[in-house]
Design a protein around this ligand. Sequence first.
Ligand code: SF4
Length: 308
Amino acid sequence: MYRPRVVISRCINIEPVRYNGGIVNDHFAKKLGEFVEYVDICPEVDTGMPVPRPSVILAKVEDRIRMIEPLSRTDYTEKIEEYSVNTLNSIREVDGFLLKSKSPSCGVGDTKLYKDDLKHQVGKTNGIFADYCKKIYPYIPVEDEGRVHDEWIRRDFLTRIFTYTSLRHTIKNLSSIRDLIKFHQNNKYLLMLYSPYGQKKLGQLLANWEKVGLENIKEEYKSMFYKSLSKRPTLKSHVNVVLHIYGHFSDLLKPAEKRHIHNLIDKTLGNRVNLNTLIEYIRGFVYRFDDEYLMNQTYLNPYPAELQ
Ligand code: SF4
């Protein structure tokens, strides 16, 4: 498996650069570090702010979100914005962002937003750097270390960063359309999970590749693929994919095994059995029947099992 390139907030496990001189010890980010290449950033320290430093907040001033240090009223907005744009445009390849929650620079949707009196909270928003990550890389997952504790967010984040890196390398080393067709075949059920429409459109693009040409198809396929994976799938779409995979070998099963699978599916839909249990059970049959086509399906192994 290729190592995804993930931009990470430097205060997560890497260096004590928080405003109070602290560091965040995060077990998931540490484990993930064994499988990805981290590119660390700290918008505040990289723009010259010291450690420790007075904390900054985000405030809505005349319809614009500004980063202000309340005691001295120093405004850091332009500096952080300029840093964000320059840094993000200079990162050549990126598969995901893992940022620090609640921070005025890095928070993903949960940073406190204050009124222009700098005292009263009016809501929550993205940190300035995180906001630019979303604007400049709209189809790349941007998460924080708090949100990935949620099983569904983590599953989606991991699936996408490992799939995107695989696509990046496939395209980089592409010498024949056959490589891209193979990639597409291996991701058939993953695409079905995220977007049956995207799966169909990508298939049509590949079928007519000669009209577009090998060079042009790379960017077109990549951008359509990214868009196809941009909406997080539901439990129902997972079960739909499991049923399709099950269809490959259902005729070979004993009645009791079939009953057991249907029972497991009902329990999964009723949230009485974890989805991982169902997928693990289905995977067992794929190995038993030695089905190479299914064994290559990324849906069944989207990322290293150690990260489950
Ligand atoms: S949250 Fe972001 S800006 Fe704040 S210390 Fe961590 S990396 Fe630096």
